[in-house]
Design a protein around this ligand. Structure first.
Ligand SMILES: [Zn+2]
Length: 688
C-alpha cells in the first residue's frame, strides 16, 4: 500500500471504502455534458492516487439523470448516506461535492454523519475532515451557497421566460389548430379540415351550451376530431380520433383559441411525498395575458362567456342546458319557500300520460333533510305557455327564427365536414394506389403489403362515403327549400310555432328561456303562485289552481283553446263541443268534447263564458226587461214568442238573453234596421 499522499488521509480512512458519487441532474445533461460525467468517473483514479486499493473503490451512479432538488428519488444518495452511517466509508468523492446534496437538510445530515464516522469528503478543491471545525464551516457554507445559486439560477431563467412571455413572444407548444409559420409567428393551421372541425366545436358549444353536449353531437354525427399526439406512433402528426370530453374541455378553456397568448395559467406544486401536480392559477395571477397575439377561432368576449358558462355548468345552482323532456321550466324554476333551484322529474300517469313534477330536493340531497316542496308541473307549464303567447313580442319571433336558422347552418356544416372526410379517404386511397404502382412487381413481399394497405384505404373510403350519404339522406329533410320556407313562415308566427307539433320540447324551452329569466313557484294547499321574471326585468304574478285530485296536469294545445275561444263568441258550450267533435278534433284526455269539458276549459284558461260575452255586448236578462217595462216575466216571454223582441240561448238549458233594443221603438222596426246593416256576427246570432 502506498503512503498516504494527503495529510488528512489516515490509515483508518484507507482501510474503509472510497465512494465516488457521479451524477448529472437530467438525462439531457448526461448526454450534452459527457465531459463532466467523464471527469466525475475520473475521480476513481484520484482515489487510487490517494492510496485506496481498487477493491475498496466504489462508484455510485444510480442518480444519473435525477434532479438534485430533493433526495427522495435519488437512491444513490440514500445508499451513500446508509454506507457512511454504517461506518464503512473512509472518503466520499465527487466533483463540487456541495452538489451532492443541494437541499440543505440532506446536506447537513450527510455532514453530521460523516463527522461522526470520521469520513472524509473530497471535491474538486480540497479534502475536508468533518471532525474539524474549519472544514465543517467551509463545507456548510458551500452547501448554502449552492442552494442560493440554484435559487437565483431558477429565478433568472424564469425571469427570462416571463419577460419573453409578457411580450407574447415565448414559443410554447401550440394546441391543435395552430402552427408556427416559418417566421415564428403563430397562425391558424392551414389544413382547412382541421380548422373546420375546431370551428364546428365552438359553434356546437354555442348551441348546446355544454362540453358534454358538444361531445355527444360529434359522436352522434360520426365526426372525428384532430389531435396532435406528443408521444406514441403518431407523435407530432395530425391524428383524427373521437372527440373526448377532456379534449373538448381543454380546447374550450384554452385562451389561445381566442387569439390570446397566456402564460402561467398553472403552477407546479411539489407534494411532501416527492410528487408534483399542476394547480390552476386565478386569472389575476397569470404571468402574461396578451390579447390579439395571433389569429384565433373565437373572440375574447366569447371566450370569457364560455368560461363563465363552463363554470356555471360545474356548479349545481345553474339552469344547465335545455334538455329533451317536456317540463317547460326545467333549469329556470326556483323554490318559493327556500329560494333553491328546483329539479325536474316526470311522473307517468294512468293512460301513459307523463306529467312533469318540480321538486325542491336540494336540501334532501345535500343534508338528507326532507323534501322542501313538490309541485305538479302540468298546470304551471300551461300557465307559462299562455303567458308567453300573451306576452310574445317581435323579439321572440326573431329568436325563434334564429334558432331555426342555426339548426340549418349546423346541419350544413356537419355535412361539409363529412364530405371532407370522404375527400381525405379518397386522397389516402389514391396515395396507396400510387405507392403500389411504383413498386417493382418482382418485390413480391413489399407489393403484397402495399396492396393490403390499398385495400384498407379503399374500405375506409367506402365507409366514409356511406356515412356521408346517410347523413345527406337525413339532412335533406331539414334542408329542402319548402321546409325552410315553412320554418320561416312559422318563425314569424310565434303562437303557431309554439303549438306546432314539429316544435320539440327542447326548442320550446329554448324559446321560453329567451324570454324568461326564472320562475319562482310557491305552493299553497290548492294553488301555486308563479312569479315570472322576464329577461327584460318585468315581473308577472299568476296563480294556478291545482285540481283536487292533485296533479291532473293536462297538456292542452294553445291553438285548441284559441279555437274554443273563437267558437264561444257565437255558440253555447254544447254547440262548441258538437262542432269540435264534428271537426274531428279530439279532447286530449276524454277523446270527445261535451258541454262540461268546454265550460271547464273556458274557466281554466280564464276565458269569458258565453253568458259573460253576451252581457258585455249589452244583452238583457228577462227579469231586467220585465222590470224596465213594468211587466211580468211571462209577458216578456210572450213578446219573444210573438217575435217582438229577439233573444238567444246562452246555455244548453235553453235559457235566453235578450238582444238590446232602443227604448221607445217597437221591436219589429228595430229588428228591420239591424238586419239591413247585418254584420256576419249579427246574422249568426239571429240564426239561432
Ligand atoms: Zn325549497
Amino acid at each position: 500500500m502506498n503512503a498516504p499522499q494527503h495529510p488528512k488521509i489516515q490509515a483508518h480512512h484507507l482501510s474503509r471504502k472510497a465512494l465516488v458519487y457521479v451524477r448529472q441532474s437530467t438525462l439531457h445533461q448526461v448526454f450534452a455534458h459527457g465531459e463532466s460525467t467523464a471527469r466525475q468517473y475520473g475521480l476513481t483514479a484520484t482515489a487510487q492516487d490517494f492510496g485506496w486499493p481498487d477493491s475498496l473503490i466504489e462508484v455510485i451512479d444510480d442518480d444519473l439523470g435525477q434532479s438534485g432538488s430533493s433526495a427522495t428519488h435519488r437512491h444513490g444518495f440514500q445508499r451513500l448516506v446508509a454506507d457512511v452511517a454504517l461506518g464503512q466509508v473512509g472518503i466520499v468523492m465527487g466533483l463540487e461535492i456541495s452538489r451532492l446534496a443541494r437541499n440543505n437538510a440532506d446536506f447537513q445530515q450527510l455532514l453530521q454523519i460523516c463527522g461522526l464516522h470520521q469520513t472524509l469528503i473530497c471535491d474538486a478543491d480540497a479534502i475536508y475532515d468533518l471532525s474539524q471545525l474549519n472544514d465543517r464551516l467551509i463545507l456548510g457554507l458551500k452547501g448554502t451557497m449552492s442552494e442560493a445559486e440554484l435559487f437565483t439560477m431558477r429565478a433568472r431563467l424564469q425571469g427570462g421566460l416571463r419577460h419573453k412571455a409578457a411580450r407574447g413572444e415565448l414559443a410554447t407548444k401550440l394546441p391543435i389548430g395552430f402552427v408556427y409559420a416559418p417566421a415564428g409567428k403563430v397562425t391558424l393551421d392551414p389544413d382547412q379540415h382541421v380548422q373546420e372541425a375546431i370551428r364546428l366545436l365552438f359553434h356546437t358549444f354555442r348551441q348546446v351550451g355544454s362540453s358534454i353536449g358538444v361531445v355527444k353531437y360529434f359522436n352522434r354525427q360520426g365526426l372525428t376530431f384532430p389531435t396532435r399526439p406528443i408521444k406514441g406512433p403518431h407523435c407530432g402528426v395530425v391524428w383524427w380520433t373521437d372527440l373526448s370530453s377532456g379534449l373538448a374541455l381543454r380546447i374550450l378553456h384554452n385562451p389561445r383559441y381566442a387569439g390570446v397568448f397566456a402564460y402561467g395559467r398553472t403552477r407546479l406544486i411539489q407534494s411532501p411525498r416527492g410528487g408534483a401536480a399542476y394547480q390552476k392559477r386565478k386569472r389575476e395571477a397569470w404571468h402574461a395575458l396578451v390579447q390579439q397575439a395571433h389569429p384565433g377561432y373565437i373572440s375574447w368576449e366569447e371566450f370569457e362567456a364560455n368560461q363563465e358558462l363552463l363554470q356555471r355548468n360545474m356548479t349545481r345552482h345553474h339552469q344547465g342546458p335545455a334538455r329533451m323532456g317536456a317540463a317547460l321550466l326545467q333549469g329556470i324554476v326556483l323554490c318559493g319557500t327556500c329560494g333553491r333551484n328546483m329539479s325536474t322529474s316526470y311522473k307517468r300517469r294512468a293512460g301513459g300520460r307523463i306529467d312533469p313534477l318540480y321538486t325542491c330536493n336540494r336540501a334532501k340531497l345535500d343534508y338528507s333533510a326532507p323534501i322542501c316542496t313538490s309541485i305538479p308541473g302540468g298546470e304551471v307549464d300551461h300557465m307559462i305557455s299562455a303567458v308567453l303567447l300573451e306576452q310574445v313580442t317581435p323579439l321572440a319571433m326573431e329568436a325563434a327564427l334564429s334558432v331555426q336558422q342555426e339548426i340549418l347552418k349546423r346541419a350544413q356544416e356537419a355535412e361539409k365536414l363529412l364530405h371532407r372526410q370522404v375527400e381525405r379517404a379518397q386522397y389516402e386511397a389514391d396515395l396507396a394506389k400510387r405507392r403500389l404502382m411504383a413498386v417493382d412487381p418482382a418485390n413480391r413481399h413489399v407489393a403484397q403489403t402495399l396492396e393490403d394497405d390499398w385495400n384498407d384505404k379503399l374500405e375506409h373510403l367506402q365507409q366514409a362515403k356511406q356515412d356521408y350519404e346517410a347523413r345527406r339522406a337525413t339532412s335533406r329533410y331539414v334542408l329542402d327549400a319548402p321546409k325552410q320556407a315553412e320554418i320561416r313562415r312559422l318563425a314569424t308566427d310565434f303562437p303557431r310555432i309554439w303549438s306546432h307539433p314539429a316544435t320539440s320540447h327542447q326548442d320550446k324551452k329554448r324559446m321560453a328561456r329567451l324570454l324568461i329569466e326564472d320562475v319562482t313557484l310557491r305552493r299553497d294547499a290548492y294553488s301555486v303562485t308563479l312569479f315570472i321574471r322576464f329577461k327584460a326585468g318585468a315581473i308577472l304574478t299568476r296563480v294556478v289552481r291545482l285540481s283536487r285530485s292533485g296533479n291532473k296536469a293536462t297538456v292542452m294545445d294553445p291553438a285548441l283553446i284559441a279555437q274554443i275561444d273563437a267558437l264561444t263568441e257565437q255558440h253555447t258550450a254544447g254547440e262548441v263541443a258538437t262542432k269540435l267533435n264534428e271537426a274531428g278534433i279530439p279532447h286530449p284526455i276524454r277523446g270527445d268534447f261535451d258541454t262540461n269539458a268546454v265550460v271547464y276549459l273556458l274557466k281554466r284558461f280564464k276565458l269569458p263564458s258565453r253568458y259573460q260575452r253576451l252581457r258585455v255586448r249589452g244583452y238583457w236578462t228577462q227579469e231586467e226587461i220585465a222590470k224596465r217595462f213594468g211587466v211580468s216575466v211571462q209577458t216578456v216571454q210572450r213578446w219573444r214568442k210573438n217575435g217582438w223582441i229577439h233573444a238567444v240561448y246562452y246555455n244548453d238549458q235553453k235559457e235566453y238573453l235578450y238582444e238590446p233594443f232602443f227604448e221607445g221603438l217597437p221591436r219589429h222596426s228595430q229588428h228591420q234596421t239591424q238586419t239591413a246593416a247585418a254584420s256576419p256576427m249579427a246574422q249568426s246570432l239571429q240564426e239561432e
